[in-house]
Design a protein around this ligand. Structure first.
Ligand code: F6P
Length: 327
């Protein structure tokens, strides 16, 4: 087993509320285990540029409650190339970094896995993405905060939808994953929810709205994940309006507000647990794995598997949403 003295920690891909709590936990756990810890700015981009900062306990004071990431984040095209990864490795060696904690989503873990295969750099991934689409953990850091932001917005939209008797199409984040749409849609009382994982059936959507109209429903909300197969909220609204125009219709795109804000209690606690577990895993010689929480227990999943398989969406939700819509 390779001896580890100095850990590098970074955040990569889309930011997520709770990433700071994870960084804090990684730094404090490293220091507890008498390891040095270095922050790498802007993920793989900073690794290639050599943008490092030595961290101490004070470096992570007063950040547990802050959204975003103090280490900044980026999506690096250069790291996808062999030359980019070589530069990154050379910089890590030059700075005596002998293990990594990567906080991010599937793109981050794909990079970490390839890097491990090429250079044998020990790495543990911490799932940080609002999308909650990783296999090997019940929840990812940031998801809880994001869905609460989304339902707060949907509640507000419901007020104005109701006052004006309008039909609203609300688009939430999720390029490839519908978890945010499902949770926020159910909790926000949506009439229908459209997600990338299920084929969108406009006829069925119109028939649901029609039934609501016939039952004198004065306003309706449809929640749509941005990656929905029919092209997002504006396109769906257009298609529906062309054939069903009983309601005055509006579209609202919630966008990046879902990525910001103070992390929820759940996200902070989960990030803290995962950060401590990631460092302990490295000290025990684990590598090329993601640390997650399944049924409230720390579990490790090979990075390759965490990326390859996605958390599916239970089809039962579909029927439940129709039942709850009340027609
Ligand atoms: O992966 C997280 C995520 O927020 C997705 O839900 C969304 O599609 C994407 O990032 C947006 O990325 P960007 O901030 O680069 O536009």
């Amino acid at each position: 087993m390779k001896e580890i003295n100095r850990i590098g920690v970074f955040t990569s891909g889309g930011d997520a509320p709770g990433m700071n709590a994870a960084i804090r936990a990684v730094v404090r756990a490293s220091l507890f285990h008498k390891l040095e810890v270095v922050g790498i700015y802007r993920g793989y981009a900073g690794m290639i540029e050599g943008s490092f900062i030595k961290m101490n306990s004070h470096s992570v004071s007063n950040i547990i409650q802050r959204g975003g990431t103090i280490l900044k984040t980026a999506r690096s095209d250069e790291f996808r190339t062999r030359e980019g990864r070589k530069k990154a490795y050379e910089n890590l060696v030059e700075n005596n970094i002998d293990a990594l904690v990567a906080i991010g989503g599937d793109g981050t873990f794909s990079g970490a896995h390839v890097f491990y295969q090429e250079y044998g750099m020990p790495v543990i991934g911490i799932p940080g993405t609002i999308d909650n689409d990783l296999y090997g953990t019940d929840f990812t850091i940031g998801f809880d905060t994001a869905i609460n932001t989304a339902i707060d917005a949907i509640d507000k939209i419901r007020d104005t939808a109701d006052s004006h008797d309008r039909l609203f199409f609300v688009e939430v984040m999720g390029r490839d994953a519908g978890m945010i749409a499902i949770r926020s849609g159910i909790a926000g009382g949506a009439e229908a929810i459209l997600v990338p994982e299920w084929k969108t059936d406009i006829d069925q959507l119109i028939s649901i709205l029609q039934r609501g109209w016939q039952k004198h429903k004065s306003s309706s909300i449809v929640v749509i994940a941005e990656g929905d197969q029919s092209g997002g909220a504006f396109k769906v609204a257009e298609k529906v309006k062309a054939r069903f125009n009983h309601y005055d219709t509006r579209v609202s795109i919630l966008g990046h507000i879902q990525r910001g804000g103070n992390p929820s209690c759940n996200d902070r606690v989960m990030a803290s647990r995962l950060g401590v577990a990631a460092v302990e895993a490295l000290t025990r010689g684990r590598s090329d794995e993601m640390v997650g929480i399944i049924h409230n227990e720390i579990k490790f999943t090979p990075l390759e598997k965490a990326i390859k398989y996605h958390q599916g969406i239970n089809k039962d939700y579909m029927q439940m949403i129709e039942i709850l819509a009340g027609y």
